[in-house]
Design a protein around this ligand. Structure first.
Ligand code: AP5
Ligand code: MG
Length: 215
């Protein structure tokens, strides 16, 4: 049983690492960003509500996010644990989730904090492309898909996220510093924080995460 949170600034490699972790530990990867983007694409009521926040790099209001996550983790495929990517992202979201778990007699196992310098992050973000269908991240220089514009895994269209322009990325860093970085103290206080150096290669970072999560 693993209930794991992936914490880290935009571009730290949460989505990239989530793929391997989800496979190795056989737990679903739950990315709130991917859920919102799928709803925006499908023009659902939720998608219409959240679009303006994602486009400008601002956080979606806590109540909306918490409702989405609560629904998702109550699905049967989460019975043996799950990997949360991009949630919680504010202290109120973390408190909400702790209370939600406590009511069920559950708790988080670990909060993996992927730590990367801002200069490296900007290069990663502006070169990033993602699959519109399955969300798999690529990079035009370091990790291009085998066929340009086509996802290796599902054949979906590989595109550039609307929030990956340099201006919006700067805004997302600011939002991270102000609203999300206090979570490191919050989870350190709970004894759950496990920092990982995210500047290495994808396999190096993956090994460091697996060493923290155990077998
Ligand atoms: P979200 O989709 O979660 O975006 P984010 O947190 O900004 O993180 P990213 O997805 O940009 O980065 P990542 O860490 O996944 O990096 P990746 O693996 O792709 O959220 C988007 C928006 O949704 C938010 O702005 C907000 O509006 C809303 N939202 C979502 N959750 C919310 C919440 N809880 N509350 C409120 N609002 C919420 O990697 C980046 C690039 O680097 C890729 O090109 C990759 O190939 C490359 N790369 C990765 N690792 C390495 C490595 N080790 N070496 C070299 N390159 C690497
Ligand atoms: Mg991501």
């Amino acid at each position: 049983m693993k209930r794991v949170v992936l914490l880290g600034p935009p571009g730290a490699g949460k989505g990239t690492q989530a793929e391997g972790i989800s496979k190795k530990y056989d737990i679903p990867h739950i990315s709130t960003g991917d859920i919102f983007r799928a709803n925006i694409k499908g023009e659902t009521p939720l998608g219409l509500k959240v679009r303006k926040y994602l486009d400008s790099g601002l956080l979606v209001p806590d109540e909306l996010v918490c409702e989405v996550v609560e629904d998702r983790v109550m699905q049967p495929d989460c019975a043996n644990g799950y990997l949360l990517d991009g949630f919680p992202r504010t202290v109120p979201q973390a408190r909400f989730f702790d209370e939600f778990l406590a009511k069920r007699g559950e708790e988080l196992d670990k909060v993996i904090d992927i730590v990367v310098d801002e200069k490296i992050l900007m290069d990663r973000m502006t070169g990033r492309r993602v699959c519109r269908q399955c969300g798999k991240p690529y990079h035009i220089v370091t990790m291009p898909p085998k066929v340009e514009g086509v996802c290796d895994v599902c054949g979906g269209e590989v595109y550039q996220r609307s929030d990956d322009s340099p201006e919006t990325v700067m805004n997302r860093f600011k939002v991270y510093d102000e609203q999300t970085s206090p979570l490191t103290e919050y989870y350190r206080g709970e004894g759950k924080l496990a920092p990982v150096d995210g500047a290495g290669s994808v396999p190096e970072v993956f090994s460091a995460i697996c060493a923290l999560l155990g077998e």
